[in-house]
Design a protein around this ligand. Sequence first.
Ligand SMILES: NC(=O)c1ccc[n+]([C@@H]2O[C@H](COP(=O)([O-])OP(=O)(O)OC[C@H]3O[C@@H](n4cnc5c(N)ncnc54)[C@H](OP(=O)(O)O)[C@@H]3O)[C@@H](O)[C@H]2O)c1
Length: 289
Amino acid sequence: MRITVFGATGPTGRQLTGQALTAGHEVTAVTRRPEKLSPRAGLTMARADVTDPEAVEAAVAGSQAVLSALGGPLTRRPVEVYSTGTGHIMAAMHRQGVKRLVVVSSSVTDPRWRPSNAFFFNHVLDPYVNRVLGRTVHEDMRRMEAAIRAGELDWTIVRPCGLFDHPDVTGYVTEEDSADGLFTARSDLAAAMLAQLTDGSFVHKAMGVVTTQVRPSIARLIWTETTRKRLFRAPRMAECLSWAPSCTSPRCDGGSFLVRGLPVAFKATRRRGRGSSWSPRRPGSARRP
Ligand SMILES: NC(=O)c1ccc[n+]([C@@H]2O[C@H](COP(=O)([O-])OP(=O)(O)OC[C@H]3O[C@@H](n4cnc5c(N)ncnc54)[C@H](OP(=O)(O)O)[C@@H]3O)[C@@H](O)[C@H]2O)c1
């Protein structure tokens, strides 16, 4: 099959591209920086910023399916890349007659997602990291999901949990809406997305993916997904790494942001404690054979 992968230079996008090529697909890998990818048989590189509709359409032309691992790190600035970028991808797919769309979102967008046996995560990390530090990212993911659901494509929204790098595909678990777990290996996320090209069980649905057979180091995961991504991304992300709570620089994504977020996280935790109807066991889960 000929497929287009957005976010192809990200760690999930690299897994997607590699696994797709190994499976014999022809891949158009979309990135703003094609020089980050090495040439491979079956791989076509397309330079495109998803905010540019014409470049997006050129990358989608001739494909039979589109997979998106588009995104960026948590930030307190407004985020639009998910909704705007996916909007342009969907419009291009309509114009080019491409129907199948598989898009990465996050378990955080499912209001019922509360992993079992994860008190510290549910009451400290999730309210703080996902609802405060990641508020603008997840708001934009929700806008993206709403637009996808309202469209007429054959879509699947894929919701991983905390992503980590693992070299191999494991016996991952998928569930409708979100899966009961804390972590998803990027190799499993990519495999679950690619499986959707031939398996229609989650068409017009959201699908949670979790990894249960291996576990990352939480300290390393937090370091990789927050600090390392901030420091080694664009130079502007490192313009202010102040740890002073008084820092009001619009460029500040550092400690002051973390410190100011704590009281908000505390309130969010208390709100969620009241009237939660979440149940950890839901029907419809599927373990990969
Ligand atoms: N980290 C987690 O724990 C977690 C949990 C749940 C969901 N997610 C989501 O999972 C997805 C994959 O995450 P990841 O950490 O593997 O990848 P990532 O580091 O977020 O990479 C994102 C990719 O998006 C591309 N991109 C960003 N803005 C773009 C633009 N304007 N035009 C074109 N491409 C653009 C980047 O490509 P170029 O810069 O090369 O153009 C990059 O390859 C993301 O959507 C993320 O939000 C992450």
